[in-house]
Design a protein around this ligand. Structure first.
Ligand code: ADP
Ligand code: ZN
Length: 210
């Protein structure tokens, strides 16, 4: 299955992607994660990418598409993948169309007020990438998976959050229209499991069809 996940920052799309990966055995390809890895290398490309990430702006299409294409050409993607964070604009969707088909698009929906609230209190593990939230029960400041001290991403600070949500808002409608009846919408106002349940049902049916 070749899936695209749409959802604003903080919508829980990364968490949903992990559940799909573990049930359906297809890798999660997060362009945000790929970019953060590139930044860590400290290369000239990393420096360039960092400038965009820190502002909450989109990385230029040519750079993004190169990184994405390279990743989905790897062996683990031959039975499918979940794209998390790509495409983020109509232009990117048209680029993607040139290299692969898409079987379905899952759009994770949550209102912007709630998104902002989740993002400012979000904390990330620098080692394994796990995400936690200062408002969740049992939050200690250390990673629940590996024990490393959590940190706040630079782009989870108020100014960058506003920019990211604004970019999302401007791009989402054309994307939804582009994918038309391939789109399956789900609200993430409830718990991660409540969000996942209808998605799983949808994907089981889809898998039987393709
Ligand atoms: P979020 O969805 O929470 O904003 P991501 O980890 O998906 O976080 O992305 C972080 C940043 O990486 C974005 O703000 C943007 O700068 C860059 N990025 C990720 N995906 C793309 C993309 N498809 N096109 C351009 N830039 C991207
Ligand atoms: Zn961790």
């Amino acid at each position: 299955m070749r899936l695209v996940l749409l959802g604003a920052a903080g919508s829980g799309k990364g968490t949903l992607a992990k559940k799909i990966t573990s049930d359906f055995g297809i890798p999660q390809i997060s362009t945000g994660d790929l970019f953060r890895e590139i930044v860590k290398t400290g290369s000239p490309l990393g420096e360039l990418v960092k400038g965009y990430l820190d502002k909450g702006a989109l990385v230029p299409n040519e750079v993004t598409f190169d990184v994405l294409k390279n990743r989905i050409s790897q062996a683990d993607c031959k039975n499918g993948f979940i794209l998390d964070g790509f495409p983020r604009s109509l232009d990117q969707a048209k680029m993607l169309e040139k290299v692969t088909e898409v079987d379905a698009v899952i759009s994770v929906e949550l209102d912007f007020e709630e998104l902002e609230k989740r993002l400012v209190s979000r904390r990330t593990c620098p080692k394994c990438g796990d995400i936690d939230n200062v408002n969740y029960q049992g939050f200690t400041g250390s990673c629940r998976k590996c024990g490393t001290k959590l940190f706040q991403r630079d782009d989870d600070k108020p100014e960058a959050i506003k920019a990211r949500l604004e970019v999302y808002k401007n791009n989402i409608t054309p994307l939804i229209n582009f994918y038309g009846d391939k789109v399956f919408k789900v609200s993430s106002a409830g718990s991660p499991d409540e969000t996942y349940a209808p998605v799983k049902t949808f994907l089981v049916k889809l898998e039987a069809k393709i």
